[in-house]
Design a protein around this ligand. Structure first.
Ligand SMILES: [Zn+2]
Length: 254
């Protein structure tokens, strides 16, 4: 509203007074940092207070554990393969010090295993298979690296696992020769991280997931062989509830 002329000029000081009165009323509401006038009740103390509270309030918790860099120190070695009834799993022997380092914390490789179809999806799309590399820190925290597997060329490393694993459940068998763990990773190790859970019971939370962008390949026959033995073993996707995805830089495979 524009104010013009003598009458408006006369009204102007009155308007200013009214504005101050309104502000005074708002700030007159007693608020504090505790008790019944504390932060949890601020919205109830004055209509203006209530109106001001939307979906994007400050401050927020800044999650300083959100990683930015991950480095892979995986080494080839002696691995044992097992069909545990839910998946085929390969685990390194005690001497293997394969680990990933996230923000200075080392997570040692416990085992790797497979799901078909993939458990994670990208914009609603699943892939034929997904490999999970389960890593654990000295404090017992878990970081799982996920690699999508496309239908394509036969995978020599997966072949050594399929060749070694007994069809009988829960019987471990040594994979012949050195298991080429590093050859199972894609060339580029960038991806993204998010906080999630295990995908098999108990689906304990507090698991840091690292999903790599670049996929690897296995042949249709290899994927079928797994599916025939294990069946489909992918948990459906769960609500993200606004969980943030953090870009992670893993660089090139060493
Ligand atoms: Zn898994």
């Amino acid at each position: 509203m524009k104010m013009r002329g003598k009458i408006s000029q006369a009204l102007f000081p009155a308007a200013i007074l009214l504005l101050f009165a309104a502000l005074a009323q708002a700030s007159d509401a007693h608020w504090s940092y505790e008790g019944e006038s504390g932060p949890a009740y601020w919205g109830e103390l004055a209509p203006e207070f209530k109106e001001a509270i939307g979906d994007a309030q400050s401050p927020i918790d800044l999650d300083i554990n959100t990683p930015r860099q991950v480095s892979f120190h995986y080494e080839d070695g002696l691995f044992t393969a097992v069909n545990n009834g839910h998946t085929i799993q390969a685990a390194p022997d005690d001497k293997n010090e394969s680990c990933i380092v996230i923000d200075g914390t080392r997570y040692y490789l416990q085992q790797l295993h497979f799901h078909t179809p993939s458990e994670h999806t990208v914009k609603g799309m699943a892939f034929p298979m997904e490999a999970h590399f389960v890593n654990r820190s000295g404090e017992g925290r878990f970081a799982v690296v996920s690699v999508f597997i496309d239908d394509g060329k036969e995978n020599e490393v997966i072949k050594t696992i399929w060749d070694a694993v007994p069809k009988e459940k829960n019987v471990g068998a040594r994979i012949n020769n050195m298991f080429r763990l590093t050859a199972l990773l894609p060339k580029k190790l960038d991806g993204f991280g998010y906080q999630g859970s295990f995908t098999t019971p108990p689906t304990t939370e507090g698991v840091l997931w690292i999903v790599l962008n670049e996929h690897i390949q296995a042949s249709a026959e290899q994927i079928k062989w797994f599916t025939d033995l294990i069946g489909k073993n992918a948990r459906p996707v769960q609500p993200s509830n606004g969980r943030a995805l953090t870009p992670l830089q893993g660089g090139q495979k060493p």
